[in-house]
Design a protein around this ligand. Structure first.
Ligand SMILES: [Mg+2]
Length: 188
């Protein structure tokens, strides 16, 4: 069986951090309102420290929505491929205590993708270490390293990456899980 690296944030789910920001600011921003990757950029700088304290008490995945068709297609793929959910769990871009997010991720995956065993979870920041045959991620930097087929999952923050840049990296952009189903189940 070929192995597939499947990213979690913005590939299986979206909107978690945005939900916390909305609760904190009492706003109703939507994913479409974002231009950069980090939803925390919506916060006024003067309130950042206050937000970091608030964030500690919140589970981002409580607000996350499943990306359309992710569950159905992954369940089909799981019969023909060895799947690994490979997800980063730490970022120092913001000075936030976020260790609880690791457990929140684990629980969300168990609840929403029960057919994937925790033995298939890989919590990792440097994904170039992973020697999976097929890689799916919404961040181009996570598609570095080995991989026979690499797919950039279309997302609000990666629209500016040109086709030329993707071609240079040997990466193909996909619009969503239905397209991946067509590509990956046709070949298997
Ligand atoms: Mg991601």
């Amino acid at each position: 069986m070929k192995t597939i690296m499947v990213d979690m944030d913005e590939v299986l789910c979206v909107g978690g951090h945005l939900g916390i920001v909305n609760k904190f600011l009492n706003t109703s921003y939507k994913v479409e309102d974002l231009t950069g990757y980090y939803t925390e950029d919506l916060l006024p700088k003067a309130r950042l420290q206050e937000y970091y304290q608030f964030f500690k008490t919140e589970n981002p995945y409580q607000y996350a929505e499943i990306i359309p068709d992710a569950r159905e297609v992954l369940e089909k793929l799981s019969k023909k491929y060895q799947l690994y959910i490979c997800t980063a769990y730490y970022s120092d871009v913001y000075d936030m205590e976020q260790s609880h997010c690791l457990i929140d991720k684990y629980k969300w995956l168990q609840q929403n993708f029960p057919f994937i065993s925790p033995y298939q979870y890989v919590f990792i920041n440097d994904k170039s270490l992973l020697n999976c045959d097929i890689k799916i991620d919404d961040r181009l930097s996570n598609l570095k390293g080995y991989g026979e087929q690499k797919y950039l999952f279309d997302s609000y923050h990666n629209q500016k990456i040109s086709d030329g840049e993707l071609e240079k990296e040997g990466v193909i952009r996909v619009s969503g899980w239905k397209e991946l189903e067509t590509i990956l189940l046709k070949e298997a």
